[in-house]
Design a protein around this ligand. Sequence first.
Ligand code: C5P
Ligand code: MG
Length: 159
Amino acid sequence: MSEIRTGLGWDVHRIAAGRTMILGGVTVPCEFGLEGHSDADVLAHAITDAILGAAALGDIGMHFPDSDPRWKGSDSLVFLRHAHELAKQRGYRIVNLDSTVILERPKLKDYRQAIRQRLAETLELELDRVSVKFKTAEKVGPVGEGRSAEAQAVVTLEK
Ligand code: C5P
Ligand code: MG
């Protein structure tokens, strides 16, 4: 009998000058980026938490503490692969992944395919199992005022 599980992930990072904007492992040309201990890939972090959540394996900070110098400037796809590996070890496979990045600017839709492809490769998934959506915050609140970026993700696992 198969078992289906769902996990939820969310993350936020401050916007900062002089940083590279990396979303889902893809560099987005922009005059600012996201602040963080790692590469601050807010989307990869939300998806990592969604995978860990579905398998009840804690959260990203438990596996990759931001106090650990090993993760300074780290490629966040490392975290994503690790979470996937832990889920696989417990007999789970990813059915699908849906996500939303909330960022006022720049426009991200031209990078959707590249981001989906990168995530699909990283998680060994067919492209049609990977969804990435974008929203502004309609100029309201910290995201809307261009001070931060958020990401949300939902992952379904099957055993
Ligand atoms: O937030 P809003 O509903 O106005 O976004 C409209 C569309 O603009 C979204 O569906 C998305 O395709 C695109 N978008 C984008 N990059 C963003 C925010 C939104 O490409 N940073
Ligand atoms: Mg993060």
